[in-house]
Design a protein around this ligand. Sequence first.
Ligand SMILES: C[S@@+](CC[C@H](N)C(=O)[O-])C[C@H]1O[C@@H](n2cnc3c(N)ncnc32)[C@H](O)[C@@H]1O
Length: 432
Amino acid sequence: MTRLRSLAVDQAIRQTIAQYQVTHWDFATAETKEWTHGYHSYPAMMIPQVARQLIAIIRHHDPACTTLFDPFMGSGTSLVEGLLAGMSVHGSDLNPLARLIAQAKTTAWDPELLEVLARRVFMTAKHLAVTPDDWPDFDNLTFWFKPRVIDDLVRIKRAINTVIPPSWQTFFWVAFSDTVRWVSNSRNAEFKLYRLDPARLARWNPDVLGTFVKIVQRNQIGNAALAARRPLPSVTLYGHNAMHLADIPDETFDLMLTSPPYGDSRTTVAYGQFSRLSLQWLDLPVEPTAPPPHKLDQAMLGGHAASSLIQSLDSPTLAAALDQITAQDTHRAREVLAFYRDLNEALREIARVMRPGGFQCWVVGNRTVKTVQLPTDRIIAELSRAYALVPVITFTRQIPHKRMPKENSPTNQAGRKSATMTGEHLVILRKE
Ligand SMILES: C[S@@+](CC[C@H](N)C(=O)[O-])C[C@H]1O[C@@H](n2cnc3c(N)ncnc32)[C@H](O)[C@@H]1O
C-alpha cells in the first residue's frame, strides 16, 4: 500500500468508527457464550462481539487482511472470531491451560462421533474402581479437593485416557479442566485461589460426574455450531513469550488483535493462580523452558520488578505517572515499570512479525496504582512510535459487567478503595 493510500484507509477506519454511538461497543445484552466461546471460563476474557466488530471494520477497509495473530490469546476469543470471519489464525500464550482451551475452541470435531465418544467416556468413568493409590501426587491435593471428589476426577481422567483417541482428547480435557474448577474447594466466583469458608466447605458435596456430563454436553453444542462452518481456515498455536516470538518470521501477519494482561498478574488478575489446579490435574506436555504452574505469574509481563527506576522508555505519559507513584512507593513504581518495560519488548517483537500496512488492535484496561491513573492506551501509542507504528484511533467502551475487581485498596489500608478500571480502551495502530 502506498503511503497516501494507507492514510486514506486510516481515515476511512476513523470515519466508520465515528458513525457508531459509544454504547454500540457495550454489547451489554450480547450472547457472549455462543459458538465455542463458552467452553471454559478464563480471567479477563475479551467480549467476542468486540473482536468481531474490529475484524469486520479492518477487513472492510483492508480486504488483503487474511491472517490474524493474538500474542496474548488467553482462551482464544479473538482466534475463534478470526476463524468465523474466514481468516487463518495464529495465537500464542505462555499459559499451557490457555493453549489447551484455545486449541479446543478453534477445532471442529465431527458432532456425531463426538456424541459416541462422550457416551463412552461417561459410562467408563461411572464404573471404574479407584483407590487412594491412584490419586495424583501434588501439594495440597486434599486441601483443594474432598476425597470423594478426587476419586471421581481420577475416574474421569482415566476414562478419557482409556477410551478417547488422542486427537479427540483436547475436547474432553477442556471439559475436565472446567470440572476441576467447579468441584474444587475453591470459591468459584473468584479468579484467585481462595478456599471456601469452613461452613460452606462442610456442606460442599459436588456431583463431579454430573458436572462433567453437563459441561461436555454444553460444549458439544458449541462444537456443533463451529462444525457447521467447516472447512475452517488454518489454526497455529505457540507457547511463546510475547517478548520473544522466536521462530515466527518477520512480516508474517496482516492483523494483530489482542487484550494484553493488565499489569497485575501477580495480584489482581492472576492467570497462573486461576490455572494452577487444572494444570496440576492435566498431564499437558511440558516444554523444557516452560515455567512450572506455581511460577507462571512470575513469567508473565511484569512478573519481575525492575531492579532500578532508571528507564529509557519513550513515553512521557508513563514517565509522569511513574514519578507520581515513585513519590509514594518506590517498590510499587518498580513493579509498574517492570510491566511497561516488558510490554515495550512485546511491542517491538509484535511489530517485527507484522507486515507493513497491517493493523494492530489493542483492547486494554487502564489501571490505577496509588491513586495514579496508568493510561495504558496512551502509553502503548507512545511506545509504539519507535517500532514504526502509527496511531489510527483510540476510543473507549464501557464494561457493563465484567468479572473483574472494579476497586482495589490503593494504600493497602482496609476500607480505602479506589476505582481500578472505568472502561476498556481500543487502540488501533498501523505499521508503516
Ligand atoms: C487478558 S488475557 C487474554 C484473554 C483473551 N483475550 C481471552 O479472551 O481469553 C492476557 C493473557 O496474556 C498471557 N500472558 C501474560 N504475559 C505473557 C507473555 N509474556 N507472553 C505470552 N503470554 C502472556 C496470559 O497468560 C493471559 O492468558
